[in-house]
Design a protein around this ligand. Structure first.
Ligand SMILES: [Zn+2]
Length: 676
């Protein structure tokens, strides 16, 4: 629920970007498919060899060079964790806890004997409830252990006073990945809904409920979740920061949604001595619906919905029957995977989820060379300087807006590799004699306490929102920072000994991408301090929108599968970031060429290799189901379209590959978008 923007994965407003053989110093020409004409289909030309050499294995819905780096990094982390897991008796503190969490996650034998025992008492406690007051108390209890029926909450910078942290609500409470799965009536989504109903029935059956009761429960749950889905904003609406930031004091909140005792709700989450007086309600119509639903739904149905929230949250930490059912729905049905992720990888994900930054502290000591940080700093500085001159020479912004844009650019905080100070895990209780699920709950509680300790306090701009081993990067508009964890500083993103053409084409574009997020359709609405504040001069916004519309139109015109189209508005921020990243990084590359002459390698000019390196980052194979799933839920365009959708806009690309009218990669001049 944070406002960050990634390269490839998504966590609310964090805006991101989306790896291979560590020893690689240059592009691997076997990744190309030279039987394809680059002028017609650059993606298939640049990535075709890679795609043939990396067929999808059963555990993957999509596997790209991005995922390959993540795999390699996970293998590195595994050597660390396996060693800790063998020595839990010798180790203390963080190392001991990491070892125990891994062992607990691997121990399916115990879990298969336990069945649903770890949640039995909790289900019985819900079963005993008979009044609305009691169910409200249960809601508060669940909120405190990281299970959030109806609505989620988080603590993040106040977008009207970004130096301070504010308690914020966010629409939630549904079990399928997007509201559209509940609302669309095409055959595909009707089938998914049926599969979801079966999933609900399977999990309740595993908790010993009778077939009749289970069918009734599934019906009640679908009713509540569908009502929530109907009240939710679409993913396009969620991209409007002004519409989604609604600060209210407690009286206003109570008036807006009188059915819930908000004072009690908030005080149950507040740390000792702290009173929450202001919140952002996030999505106003959604909050109103939650009030009505809670008030008007009978206690029995609410109990079922809360039971479901508990069972659904615990499923991945219970027996194989639960985990397999979870895979059947989310992995197989939604994403098209053929096989559940191997247990050891799920265990590594658990360690990452519980103590990601702790594991990262050990990881960077072993695997991250200090020299990488120096080279990255040089690249980042060159990119920032280039972006600044591009603002100066920009043909459509007014002078006053240019000054503010440059101010914002110069105050971006740059984070590379790993944090200067590490998170303290000493208050996290991990107990090897208790169930895996109980330990996961305690991790939730530890994280909630940590998050809630920040409420109404000053924002710590030094805090990291990704662990160092993550293969990704982000821009965070409310702190105006860009972050490149150690994980992404590997080929094919970053070649420690590689030449400039490939480093500017890959990690250079990633840096440009993150910088551009500060000036995309969302980011541009925040000022240099991270406040939602319109700093744009008269008429500049219209000129921005006119250019952005071309990006929207281009992607709206792309058929991703069957009759399904890409969503130009939903992917706008990411596509603007790719477009800007390419132009800025190419410009920076040209600037250094004078001082460091570049040479052709393997028959390709430095300029051509820049674009081959860019495409290599997005090489991937993907299943049809995953194309649909990502098009509905991922603000990033699919790998193929990050290449073939965006490159035809980029003049240096057209020049380097001599693209002419009539070629597949040709886009007429009036349709080309150049924003940054
Ligand atoms: Zn991004």
């Amino acid at each position: 629920m944070k406002k960050i923007i990634f390269i490839s994965v998504t966590v609310m407003l964090l805006s991101t970007i989306g790896c291979k053989d560590n020893s690689m110093k240059t592009l691997n020409l076997n990744d190309l498919d030279t039987s394809v004409n680059p002028k017609d289909d650059f993606y298939d030309f640049a990535c075709g060899g890679w795609m043939k050499n990396h067929p999808l294995t059963d555990e993957y819905a999509r596997y790209g060079s991005f995922d390959a780096v993540a795999e390699m990094t996970r293998e590195q982390c595994k050597t660390i964790v396996l060693d800790l897991a063998k020595n839990t008796n010798k180790n203390e503190g963080l190392k001991k806890k990491i070892g125990i969490v891994y062992n607990l996650a691997m121990d399916t034998a115990t879990r298969n004997v336990e069945g649903y025992d770890p949640i039995k008492d909790d289900l019985a406690a819900i079963e005993k409830i008979s009044t609305h007051e009691e169910i409200f108390a249960k809601w508060l209890e669940l909120n405190n252990v990281g299970i959030s029926p109806f609505i989620a909450y988080y603590v993040a910078p106040d977008e009207s006073n970004s130096k301070m942290n504010l308690f914020q609500f966010y629409q939630a409470g549904i079990g399928m990945p997007d509201r559209d799965y509940y609302l669309l009536d095409d055959l595909h989504n009707v089938e998914i809904r049926e599969a979801y109903i079966n999933y609900i029935k399977t999990l309740f059956t595993l908790c010993d409920y009778s077939a009749e009761v289970v069918a009734d429960k599934a019906k009640q749950i679908m009713e509540i979740e569908t009502a929530l889905a109907k009240a939710m904003y679409s993913r396009v609406e969620l991209r409007d920061p002004v519409k989604n930031f609604n600060k209210k004091n407690i009286d206003e909140l109570q008036k807006l949604c009188p059915q819930i005792n908000w004072k009690e709700f908030l005080s149950s989450l507040s740390p000792e001595g702290v009173t929450i007086t202001d919140v952002s309600v996030g999505q106003v119509p959604f909050l109103e619906t939650v009030g009505t639903l809670f008030k008007e739904t009978n206690v029995e149905t609410l109990k079922t919905y809360f039971e479901w929230n508990l069972i659904r949250a615990a499923a991945g930490s219970l027996s194989d029957d639960f985990a397999n059912a979870q895979f059947e729905f989310y992995g197989k049905k939604i994403q098209g995977k053929k096989e559940i992720t191997p247990l050891w990888k799920r265990a590594m994900n658990a360690v990452d989820g519980v103590m990601g930054e702790g594991l990262g502290e050990i990881y960077v000591q072993k695997y991250f060379p200090a020299s990488s940080k120096e080279r990255m700093l040089e690249l980042v500085n060159n990119l920032i300087t280039t972006m600044g001159s591009r603002f100066d020479s920009n043909s459509w912004m007014s002078d006053e807006t240019k000054v503010r844009a440059k101010e914002k650019l110069s105050t971006i905080l740059v984070k590379i590799g790993y944090p200067d100070k590490w998170r303290d895990y000493s208050a996290l209780e991990i107990n090897e004699n208790e169930s895996y699920w109980r330990n996961m709950l305690r991790s939730n509680i530890f994280d909630i306490n940590y998050m809630m300790s920040k409420v109404n306090k000053e924002v710590d701009r030094d805090e990291w929102h990704m662990s160092p081993q993550t293969v990704n990067a982000y821009y965070n508009p409310t702190t105006n920072e860009i972050c490149f964890p150690a994980g992404i500083l590997q080929p094919p993103f970053f070649y420690a000994d590689g030449d400039d053409a490939i480093n500017y084409g890959a990690i250079g574009v990633v840096i440009g991408h993150e910088l551009t997020h500060g000036f995309d359709d969302q980011g541009r609405q925040y000022d240099k301090d991270g406040n939602l504040n319109d700093w744009w001069g008269d008429g500049d916004e219209d000129k921005f929108n006119e250019r952005a519309q071309k990006v929207i139109d281009r992607f709206d015109g792309i058929i991703v599968i069957d009759s399904m189209r890409a969503n130009g508005r939903f992917t706008l921020g990411e596509n603007i970031a790719d477009n800007g990243g390419l132009n800025i990084s190419y410009n920076a590359f040209e600037n250094i060429k004078a001082a460091r002459p570049q040479k052709s390698i393997g028959g390709y000019t430095p300029e051509q290799r820049f674009f081959l390196a860019y495409a290599a980052v997005w090489a991937s194979n993907i299943r049809d189901e995953e194309i649909r799933h990502r098009t509905m839920t991922d603000p990033h365009a699919l790998g193929r379209w990050r290449v073939n959708g965006t490159l035809p806009n980029v003049e240096p690309f057209v020049k380097a590959w001599d693209i002419k009218e009539g070629d597949g990669m040709w886009l007429s001049l009036d349709k080309r978008a150049l924003i940054w």
